[in-house]
Write a new protein. Structure first.
Length: 403
């Protein structure tokens, strides 16, 4: 499959469509609204066979589809041309607000550009400034059937401006979200007005809006008119969800274009529709956030640095406390170990005698053996005492004992 684009850097999901219509999902209708110098195309990659009737059948489709689209009040037309098994399916949609003559010229040009860009292919999608064209030997419109339509299986594309709007991200994001939601809701509920072939096309499922922001924000939403209202609503809501991450990053892109084969959603700080008159919706700018809600970048950096320093200080204090507790426990253990190793204390714990042994050792507490007297009692001289070693059942003679 070959593709070529100018001025776009889409981010598309890779969900596959049922029924072999994955190629159709790559139609990014958002390119209808691209700047005039931008163009994009997508080739099916299915080559023609020898003696194929495809070239002649495609000529018949190209002869009738531009006029049918321009004559439609919605700027939309689909057709099936040829005889089985050489049928060719096609559809074209002109941007809402495009006049009939511009619509016809755009679709006709798209046929020529598609054949030049995808020579020999039996299917292509061409995205011009004012229209989108899709033709193929596959029955891609069957995806709209109730038994196949699933929003989550449509491939979407989101493209964001690299330039940034210098304004509060929260304020700008609120204004953009408001206009995208408003034009989406209005597009779903918009009827299909009657229009002559020379009048401005005001499509079913099409809406425009503006927000009185500084800078002014323009919004546009459009669905293929052959969708059911619930399908259009689900498609546009999905696009809103796809665009939201670009607004949450705080970069304030000057425009975002989101689209699929079935619906498109866009905002820009420059006009994106060119028909006479005001936009369908006029919105007031949301109230600016309070200063406390939008701190200066320097203040935010200061608070962040203070938080980091506070965290480091708390960690250091906690570490010192843990080290102090550890050192105290080790100190107590060393003291206890030193006490356990003291021979005098061991001896004191071991020399416990009954009254009879003491009487014998002091000669019945004889005054001759009295050494002195103090607050703890009388101190006697002990000459000899026999101690029984219970472990070895032997008598051990202690010639000297401490008082």
């Amino acid at each position: 499959k070959a593709s070529r684009s100018t001025g776009f850097h889409p981010r598309a999901s890779t969900a596959m469509l049922p029924g072999g219509y994955a190629v159709l999902a790559m139609i990014i209708a958002v390119h209808l609204l691209a700047p005039a110098e931008s163009a994009s195309m997508e080739c099916d990659g299915n080559p023609q066979t020898s003696n194929s009737t495809f070239p002649s059948t495609l000529k018949l489709l190209a002869a009738g589809l531009p006029g049918n689209a321009s004559a439609s009040p919605n700027g939309f037309a689909s057709a099936v041309v040829g005889t089985a098994p050489g049928l060719v399916y096609g559809m074209a949609l002109c941007r809402g607000g495009t006049n009939a003559s511009s619509c016809r010229a755009c679709v006709a040009k798209a046929f020529g550009d598609a054949q030049a860009s995808c020579p020999g292919d039996t299917g292509a999608a061409m995205y011009e400034d004012g229209c989108v064209l899709r033709f193929s030997v596959q029955r891609f419109l069957d995806f709209l059937g109730a038994d196949q339509w699933q929003v989550r299986e449509i491939t979407f594309s989101v493209v964001a401006d690299r330039a940034s709007v210098a304004v509060s991200a929260a304020w700008f994001g609120a204004a953009v979200s408001a206009i995208l939601a408003a034009v989406s809701d209005h597009a779903v509920s918009s009827p299909s007005p009657a229009a002559s072939s020379n009048s401005t096309i005001r499509s079913k499922f099409f809406a425009t809006g503006e927000v009185a922001f500084n800078p002014r924000i323009y919004g546009l939403a459009q669905c293929m008119p052959n969708l059911a209202p619930a399908q259009c609503d689900g498609c546009l809501r999905r696009l809103q969800d796809e665009a939201t991450p670009y607004l949450d990053g705080g970069t304030n892109p000057g425009w975002i274009e989101a689209g699929s084969a079935w619906c498109i959603l866009r905002y820009s700080v420059r006009p994106i529709y060119d028909y006479d008159g005001q936009a369908m919706l006029q919105l007031q700018a949301p109230p600016p956030p309070s200063p406390s809600a939008t701190p200066k970048h320097g203040a935010a950096k200061t608070r962040n640095a203070s938080g980091i320093y506070a965290g480091i200080a708390s960690s250091v204090v906690l570490l010192l406390i843990l080290l102090s507790v550890f050192a105290f426990i080790r100190f107590k253990r060393k003291i206890k170990a030193a006490e356990d190793d003291n021979p005098f204390q061991k001896m004191a714990r071991a020399l416990i005698f009954d009254l009879t042994a003491l009487q014998e050792a002091t000669q019945n507490f004889s005054e001759a053996n009295k050494l002195g007297e103090g607050g703890y009692g009388i101190v006697y001289k002990v000459c000899r005492i026999l101690v029984l070693n219970l472990c070895s059942s032997q008598l051990i003679q202690k010639s000297e004992l401490m008082n």
